[in-house]
Design a protein around this ligand. Structure first.
Ligand code: APR
Ligand code: PHB
Length: 391
């Protein structure tokens, strides 16, 4: 098979890239190692930045999101027995918080890609890159019992943190920046109506908790826990009791319901620099990871491929290589700001068992400052709703 851009991975990065390229008249083929049901059913995060929502709508892919998504004017911060509404919409000139689950985005993008006649090869194995440092790279892979090869002009590594693309950049050509946090999140999905009109980020002396939503009938909640803890240690009763304490607020009650999904996730920050080697460009989780507290993961993946699609368009339409040459530097400037913001939200809101009482008081002062200073709140708001994507 031959195409212009070979894309590894049908996550948000790979799927948005295929759509953006299609609109620019550039052909692409996606190779994905899981099956369609699996990628459409994997539970991930759910917050979209305003420009991601606008992009979905501009691409004609936003109908279901506009119908079924949840649109909030801001978020609530809870600490020290108080709740504070942060009015992002007012502070940023109309940008809102959209909650629409990542796997719903995936469903919409896969369906539209296939309806456009695009090729997504599911269940591929043994992806291997050839000729990355030349002008005619290719991807060898297996599907069923056949060996296949995809010849292309460029390869986009959109295969997540554990995929092969980043490792295809020779170690001597890349630097990796990494931080692992000494806590994780226990996330649940529960059959219950919303307990509050927007997200609650709560800092509590028992640990962080986050209240989010998925639909009028299904709620998404998280509590900070030991990342090494066994989910078997968390009975439904224990989860509700912990959430009840961490969200506890006079005159308010957390609405409980049957828990039908629960899992523990670790938290890390990670950046690979550069995000390119020869004709291979990596994007999204393949290149960087953020802890979920800033709600940035999906949006960062999409921002990378917006930059990449513009650069590829300049190459094919105008014969210009400069945008491709700058791809990594352009992405990383914005990536590092999102890394900073995600780290800041995470350290401010969580209880780190290794911290001193002094450091804890600093985090509470930080929260106190943010909810009472319009300048600090505006800075937080513009990061949360999404920084601009530069050329
Ligand atoms: N061959 C083909 N596909 C692969 C391979 C491989 N060897 N390895 C991984 N993949 C696929 C995965 O199955 C997955 O569908 O690549 C895709 C990567 O998707 P994501 O992990 O969702 O990464 P990305 O598109 O960068 O989106 C980042 O996902 O993890 C969340 O919080 C993160 O919201 C963020 C978003
Ligand atoms: C979610 O709804 O899954 C969610 C919301 C906000 C976050 C992280 C996850 O910061």
């Amino acid at each position: 098979m031959r195409t212009q851009v070979g894309i590894i991975g049908a996550g948000p990065a790979g799927l948005f890239l295929a759509h953006l390229l299609h609109r620019a008249g550039i052909e692409a083929v996606i190779l994905e190692n899981r099956g369609r049901e699996e990628i459409e059913g994997t539970i991930r995060a759910g917050v979209l930045e305003q420009w991601t929502v606008d992009l979905m709508n501009q691409m004609g892919l936003g109908q279901r999101m506009m119908r079924e998504g949840h649109f909030h004017s801001g978020v609530t911060f809870q600490f020290g027995g108080e709740r504070h509404h942060l009015d992002f919409e007012g502070l940023t000139g109309g940008k809102r918080v959209t909650v629409y689950a990542q796997h719903e985005v995936i469903k919409d993008l896969v369906a539209a890609r296939l309806a456009d006649g695009g090729t997504i090869v599911f269940s591929v194995r043994d992806v291997q890159f050839r000729g990355l440092d030349g002008t005619a790279p290719s991807i060898a892979y297996r599907v069923g019992d056949r060996d296949e090869r995809l010849d292309c002009d460029f390869i986009a590594g959109c295969d997540g943190f554990h995929g092969p693309s980043r490792k295809a950049i020779p170690a001597a050509h890349r630097a990796e920046y990494d931080k692992t946090y000494p806590f994780g999140w226990l996330g649940i999905l529960a059959e219950a109506p919303p307990s509050w009109h927007e997200l609650i980020y709560s800092r509590h002396e028992r640990g962080f908790a986050l209240l989010s939503t998925r639909s009028p009938e299904i709620q998404r909640l998280y509590v900070q826990c030991d990342p090494e803890d066994d989910i078997a240690n968390w009975s439904d009763d224990r989860i509700w009791s912990e959430m009840g304490m961490r969200f506890g607020f006079p005159g308010w009650r957390l609405i409980e319901g049957p828990i039908f999904q629960k899992s523990i996730l670790g938290m890390r920050s990670f950046v690979c620099d550069p995000m390119q080697f020869g004709r291979l460009f990596i994007a999204g989780d393949a290149a960087h990871i953020v802890p979920p507290t800033g709600a940035k993961g999906l949006n960062l993946a999409v921002a990378d491929v917006v930059v990449l699609s513009r650069a590829l368009e300049a190459w094919y339409r105008l014969g210009r290589a400069d945008l491709l040459d700058r791809y990594s530097a352009t992405c990383l400037r914005r990536v590092w700001k999102a890394e900073r913001f995600s780290w800041y939200m995470t350290t401010m809101l969580h209880l780190d068992p290794g911290e001193t009482p002094f450091e804890r008081r600093i985090h509470i002062a930080d929260l106190d400052y943010v909810v009472h200073s319009r300048a600090a709140m505006t800075a937080l708001a513009e990061n949360y709703v999404g920084l601009p994507i530069e050329e």
